[in-house]
Design a protein. Structure first.
Length: 268
């Protein structure tokens, strides 16, 4: 890991750390880095589960359509000026014609959607032949890497460890957590060919993500009072977080990683 690479990781991380709790900034920064390596995304682009538009603004800057079921999030997204059009709609009932898009992005989105097969069918429908479906998802390894659960396992409290993992899954609203092979099979069953598959969020990074949920509790109060997750985005104040998290941003395909990044091409 060169000093140049580390500084680049810090700069990517800061774009997220300045606006998000540290645990979210970490995973968004890793995904940001991977998207940069892919180069420009094909257009027109559909951003599925776009939320408040922060990730789009930080990474690919502009998109034709943002889609989300949360109206309040789209109000924020609209203020960012990233999307030409925003729709309050579900990804299992996308309000666009067949073949309308050259690419669809679902960044940490489809795992929160109960009707996964309908989502994949709809994405395939609205993509043109050869179109790209870019998505990032958690794997079944994610909750196995949790620090608190691992500690409980080591002291023989396996029942409590199992309950903790289930609770963590619940608070993250994860309906789907499969192995990379299973995710790939689900995509292929809907007519997609995988052109890139890359693991990310190492076991150590997962533990930072987990513990960051507790560290980030004050951000909830800040958000409620100011409307922002970070009230005072002065970079020197975040030097420790940058030093701790930036090396994790550069990790990829570490054994037992908790998430997986796919690029899938519509075959017909």
């Amino acid at each position: 890991m060169s000093d140049k690479d580390l500084q680049a990781a810090k700069d990517i991380l800061w774009q997220h750390l300045s606006q998000l709790p540290a645990f979210r900034a970490l995973i968004r920064a890793i995904e940001h880095r991977i998207l940069l390596e892919l180069g420009p995304l094909p257009r027109p682009l559909l951003d599925i589960g776009c939320g408040d538009g922060h990730f789009a603004q930080a990474t690919f800057k502009q998109a034709e359509v943002g889609l989300d079921i949360a109206h309040a999030s789209l109000v924020e997204a609209n203020k960012r000026g990233v999307y030409a059009h925003l729709d309050v709609a579900s990804a299992w009932n996308i309000p666009y014609r067949n073949g309308a898009f050259a690419a669809a992005l679902a960044n940490c989105a489809v795992e929160h959607m109960p009707k996964l097969d309908q989502v994949f069918s709809e994405v395939a429908r609205v993509l043109r032949p050869g179109g790209q479906f870019i998505l990032s998802v958690p794997t079944d390894q994610l909750n196995r890497n949790l620090a608190v659960a691992g500690l409980l396992d080591r002291v023989g409290a396996k029942g409590r460890a199992a309950r903790y993992r289930e609770w963590f899954k619940t608070i993250q609203v994860h309906y789907h957590m499969y192995s990379p092979d299973e995710w790939q099979q689900r995509l292929e069953s809907h007519g997609f060919k995988i052109t890139l598959r890359r693991g990310y969020l190492s076991p150590r990074a997962t533990q930072y993500l987990e513990l960051g949920h507790y560290y980030g509790v004050p951000n909830l109060l800040t958000r409620k009072v100011t409307g922002k997750w970070v009230a005072w985005a002065w970079r020197p104040r975040f030097a420790l977080e940058e030093a701790l998290l930036a090396p994790r941003v550069l990790e990829e395909d570490v054994p037992n990683s908790g998430c997986c990044f796919f690029v899938a091409e519509k075959t017909s």
